[in-house]
Design a protein. Structure first.
Length: 83
């Protein structure tokens, strides 16, 4: 199976073959980016109440760094893509 270069999804002709065969699309044909659904809301920052933006950013980056190093390979890839 070949994936479309732009989005790492199966090409239209491959999708048509799965439909004709009444088959589900195998997950290994889809990039890990599309197989993970991240439901956590994005953090909102009220810039008016943040006194020191540099220190706020440092705390956020520390949190991301901690999460990155305890994540598995696919989670790390997803995190890097989101950044």
């Amino acid at each position: 199976m070949f994936a479309e270069k732009d989005h790492d999804l199966p090409c239209a002709h491959e999708l048509a073959e799965y439909v004709r065969a009444n088959m589900l699309i195998p997950l290994e044909c889809i990039d890990v980016y599309w197989t993970k659904l991240y439901m956590c809301p994005l953090a909102s920052i009220n810039l008016e109440v943040v006194d020191d933006l540099g220190s706020h950013l440092t705390k956020e980056l520390d949190t991301i760094n901690q999460h990155f190093f305890v994540s598995n390979k696919s989670e790390k890839i997803m995190l890097l893509k989101r950044l």
